[in-house]
Design a protein around this ligand. Sequence first.
Ligand code: PEP
Ligand code: CO
Length: 466
Amino acid sequence: MALVSSFGRAPKPVVRPRSLVDVTVNETFTWRSLPAAQQPEWPDTAALDGVLTELASYPPLVFAGECDQLRSRLGAVARGEAFVLQGGDCAEAFNAVSAEHIRNKLKTLLQMAVVLTYAAKVPVVKIGRIAGQYSKPRSKPTETRDGVTLPVYRGDSVNGFEFTPESRIPDPERLKRMYHASASTLNLVRAFTTGGYADLRQVHAWNQDFVRNSPAGQRYEKLAKEIDNALAFMQACGVEPEEFRTVEFYSSHEALVLDYETAMTRTDSRTGRLYDVSGHMVWIGERTRQLDHAHIEFAAQVRNPVGVKLGPTTSVDDALALIDRLDPEREPGRLTFITRMGAKKIRDVLPELVEKVTASGAQVAWICDPMHGNTFEAGSGHKTRRFDDVLDEVKGFFEVHAALGTHPGGIHVELTGDDVTECVGGGDEVVEDDLHQRYETFCDPRLNRSQSLDLAFLVAEMYRGQ
Ligand code: PEP
Ligand code: CO
């Protein structure tokens, strides 16, 4: 795979002057001597160092013990005993850190998880693309509009979405804003998931808005009634387990801007091991998973559960080498492969990968990202995805695993809880002419809430039918 730096030149190894960050982690962070794709070209490296030093002094966003717990949950997925629901925005945005946006996203994930748990009868590991998903790899370093060329938007952690020269300059102060935005998001998520909002007796309350009247919302309402009955029965029998009151929910994001991830990486006092405490799980994207480069080196050094995105050109040798680098101890739950092949290719390219990885004795969790291989440009110029392609890729994923006798371990989706028009199709159909109405994403098109619920019902049927 060609190595492309953020601005199209061969990346130079990043060697920084010694600072607090370097004193604590430089010896350990061997990634610094390797080429790193997709890194911002910060114009002021002294300012960047100041920010990194400050970030390194901030409290962790997650506790290493929570990362261990997620690793063990993903171990159950790798063994075929549980299913992952991982979802959230393509790119979180600073101006969307509001109670309403966060609650809507969480509601969507909780509703999907309830559908999957109840209809597919499988424990669901819930992971948000949330509280840290602010950095984006891009296919081109620049963007041209009406003859004006500017650096491309790389996510709110780096520069501004607005198409002006000032806004597109990478500003390291944004890394601190990302930390604070992640902290306040996670704080609210923790409050919602443990403070009563996620209590199973609230299943109807999550459906009390625009989604209620959509076909998926009505189907959900029926399922929620059945759950109510089951809960009432259990209560009458004197059974009221704690698990019904709270939800275990984890955060995840792409570990892209390595300076930030490194500043947030700490030695765990219990074990002496390194953890990236900016999120429970981190993944390495399709564009930065080169074996001998910086991102894989970074991921190899942290103890978090890690994911790697695998696109349609992934070879068996790549997959096996990634396992050797990232999961040398062959620990179920440590490594998740998130495949994003595209609906047209998955049935051709996934079987050999799964077969050879399984034959090697490794126990990875396999998750299907049916979004990133199915993007196209609509006539109106909007980047979009067809609900039917998304569904077909998940179907292909289930078919491949059924044929090999392996476990389809979960789905990874880009979604929002808001009533947007970014992907076409679904039971409450969005057509191409609707796309302009509420097209709000800063990056890739997301499923809206009723499309997400539709998907959950259909995936539950596939899971049951395998
Ligand atoms: C993403 O998950 O938003 C992404 C960029 O994915 P990929 O690395 O699979 O292209
Ligand atoms: Co995306």
